[in-house]
Ligand binder design. Structure first.
Ligand code: GCW
Length: 724
């Protein structure tokens, strides 16, 4: 890619070695290299002697470009192309309609499962010839198939008997950028926004293309460019021209652009006196705004909206409902086949009820009243992207409404881009959770892929962790979270273990001596962060505002639910939030089978214990420990696990470059320091209530509680502008 050449030149003329280090990670999981395994190398050479590839529109041109560039690196040679489909030992890459008819018939029923984005990769004997066929119903399927085929080669898998039929299970596979127009990124820890609004539309940063390649390679097909805490200016002609330029870059990669719509835009940029969704002028304004956007961007995806949440304007400002607001926008987009993605992340300062209950209470009664082109986007858990939350009770509870998953890839509550935390493990846990809404086996994955309630429209969004850092995500291992999100949006039934394997092999090495220990480290890393931050169901005890580090003592903010003390409720008697019928009764929002388990402290999986129960300090855990000791031991375990990660990383040093090793090693040092900070600060604070000694095996803090409380971080990255 052009960008790499530029960087390379820069390095050649620069004495700055640090750049080399970050450059290693620039290619993400697409850094193809020559196959080392001699047997496979031979197989690939033979296989790719001749390639027939269909020509056509810009997506097919992208597929061809990717194929040539990838194969050249993997084979070490430029591949040869043929114009004949059935010459000896050919790889045929063509849509179904352009395959020789009898060949298409041979593939038969495989096509039924493909939909519009799926592909078939198959080695077959036909007319006396050994062919490798990559085919699809539509262009995008071909592009996805090319990327997958390259991935298989790059991860050293034989194609000699390949028969792979794969299609995404979810329609909208989407990144949500929380990028502001001034290029700061809310909750972004990888530099500034990729979108250079000042230089657009004329200047197309080559990184836009590499970004699109990376997304397409894992099946991501939609991006919302702007922060959900929205600025109406993005909808003005000056910015729409810039958005159009980005949409033009992304289109050949099958990626649609969405924008966040600020509900008060008709007033802020339209000169109207109201934004009331039932007002005719307001409706007209949105209708013509939609028309204006589609004139520029015919495949525009639609609007993503945060309304009446954390100070954002919305229909409730005019005593209207979320349905009124969403349907007004849906009507404007409908003639153009656009969608409204309406977020369910709402909680109100006027509602004294448990924050965990508010989204469900607000939205579930509206089931069946949203227009067909509306999706309601729900965070994975009922509070806010904590290291661990039970699944959101809305999943499965709105059978008539398409519910879209919102995961957070950026690590707002998981150590920013400094901590190595493998998030597909978290995503998998949520997707595998059983809602019991249609009996046993009604998993969240089935809600999201639409199979539980036969939804026509499905989607999964991830809040992006991408910025203009050379390695894209700040921590090189945070690339795995972008990758893993894309893979799970494609297929929510994939295992996080397989995804870790794929990513490691594509990014670092196929050597099992590297892959096996590091895969184990990835899989354990999520539990480590839970242990050293929020064990046993504790949650939201982060220092407020920036969410950097612990702040369980914070109690003086104006809204009760902004205070960590609201969530942990520690007192002399015990700790935890009683969400059973004797408390907030949030458990009643789950199916009875689930509620029964959550209500019973003896039956509930202990990782959710203090999310649902307030229990005495000497409550006996399943392993016989007291609750106090159990909490302390968990914090220590988290620290020990980070030490284990360091040992693992040291042990794989021989298999990677010095730069790759060193970068992660330094980050692990910070992670260890911060894990200890969490352990010591939280235990010292909770100890003021439990009044008990730390159990054996838990290291004594070396600093005081006052010290931890005195730490202030006015310049922590990713802070959002305050609205109050
Ligand atoms: O997680 C919280 C964040 C806010 C964010 C909000 C939301 C975009 O702290 O920064 O705002 O959720 O999801 O809307």
């Amino acid at each position: 890619m052009a960008i790499r050449k530029i960087l390379l030149l820069y390095i050649l003329f620069s004495s700055n070695l640090v750049l080399c280090q970050t450059l290693e990670n620039y290619d993400l999981w697409l850094g193809y290299s020559k196959t080392e395994n001699p047997e496979l190398s031979r197989e690939y050479q033979e296989l790719f002697q001749f390639i027939y590839i269909e020509n056509g529109n810009e997506i097919l041109a992208t597929a061809q470009k990717e194929l040539i560039a990838g194969l050249e690196k993997i084979l070490g040679d430029k591949p040869e192309f043929t114009t004949v489909q059935n010459s000896k030992n050919t790889v045929i890459i063509a849509k179904r309609e352009n395959l020789d008819r009898s060949l298409a018939e041979k593939l038969g029923t495989d096509f039924n499962a493909l939909g519009k984005d799926g592909f078939i990769l198959k080695r077959t004997l036909w007319d006396g010839k050994q062919l490798t066929i990559l085919t699809a119903n539509e262009d995008l399927g071909i592009l996805y198939g090319v990327f997958r085929m390259l991935h298989l080669l790059q991860t050293e898998q034989s194609l000699s008997e390949i028969h792979l039929v794969d299609a995404p299970k979810i329609d909208l596979r989407m990144l949500n950028h929380w990028d502001n127009l001034d290029r700061t990124v809310e909750r972004g820890y990888a530099g500034f926004s990729l979108w250079n609004w000042q230089k657009l539309p004329e200047y197309i940063d080559p990184r836009y293309i590499d970004y699109a390649r990376a997304n397409a390679s894992i099946g991501i097909n939609a991006v919302s460019l702007t922060n959900v805490n929205a600025n109406a200016l993005i909808l003005t002609p000056m910015y729409l021209e810039k958005v159009e330029a980005l949409a033009n870059v992304f289109r050949p990669y099958g990626i649609k652009v969405f924008l966040t719509a600020r509900f008060s835009a008709p007033m802020e940029i339209g000169g109207l006196e109201t934004a009331d969704p039932l007002n005719q002028e307001v409706q007209n304004w949105w209708n013509s705004k939609a028309g204006e956007i589609y004139d520029r961007i015919p495949d525009f995806g639609g609007f993503l909206v945060k309304a009446n949440s954390e100070g954002q304007p919305g229909p409730q400002n005019y005593d209207r409902t979320h349905v009124d607001g969403a349907n007004m926008l849906a009507k404007a987009l409908k003639p153009h086949n656009g969608n409204v993605i309406w977020r369910a992340f709402v909680y109100s300062e006027h509602d004294a009820d448990d924050r965990a209950k508010q989204a469900y209470s607000e939205f579930v009664p509206y089931d069946g009243t949203f227009m067909e082109n509306v999706l309601v986007q729900v965070k994975n858990g009922p509070i806010d992207f904590q290291p661990r939350e039970p699944f959101h009770p809305m999943f499965g509870a709105m059978p008539k409404t398409p519910l879209m998953m919102e995961f957070q890839i950026t690590q707002e509550y998981l150590g920013f881009s400094t901590h190595l935390v493998y998030l597909p493990k978290l995503f998998e846990e949520v997707l595998d959770s059983d809602t019991y809404r249609e009996g046993k086996g009604s998993t969240v994955a089935k809600v999201i892929d639409g199979s539980l309630h036969q939804k026509k429209l499905t989607g999964m969004a991830g809040v992006a962790n991408i910025g203009n850092d050379l390695n894209w995500t700040g921590h090189p291992f945070a690339q795995a979270n972008w990758y893993g999100f894309g893979r799970l949006a494609w297929d929510p039934y994939l295992s996080s273990e397989d995804i870790a394997d794929e990513w490691l092999r594509a990014t670092y090495s196929n050597d099992p001596k590297f892959v096996e220990p590091v895969r184990a480290m990835l899989l354990m890393s999520r539990e480590a962060v839970v242990n050293y931050m929020n064990p046993l169901g504790l949650h939201h005890i982060f220092d407020t505002g920036h969410h950097y580090g612990p702040g369980p003592w914070v109690s003086e903010l104006s809204r009760p639910e902004w205070n960590p003390t609201y969530y942990h409720r520690a007192n002399d008697k015990g700790i935890g939030f009683d969400r059973t019928p004797s408390g907030s009764n949030a458990t009643a929002q789950y199916a009875p089978e689930v509620a029964k388990i959550f209500n019973n402290p003896k039956a509930i999986p202990e990782e959710y214990l203090l999310w649902f129960h307030h229990l005495p300090w000497d409550y006996k855990l399943k392993n016989g420990q007291t609750l106090w000791n159990g909490i302390a031991v968990k914090y220590q375990e988290g620290v020990d696990q980070v030490e284990g990660m360091i040992a693992t990383w040291e042990s794989v040093k021989p298999y990677i470059s010095e730069e790759q090793f060193r970068e992660v090693r330094m980050l692990l040092d910070i992670q260890l320091k911060e894990a200890k900070w969490w352990r010591d600060a939280c235990l010292l604070y909770f100890q003021t209530f439990s009044k008990k000694e730390l159990p054996d095996g838990v290291e004594k803090p070396t600093k005081t509680l006052e010290y931890f409380k005195s730490l202030k971080f006015p310049f922590a990255p990713g802070i959002r502008p305050r609205w109050d």
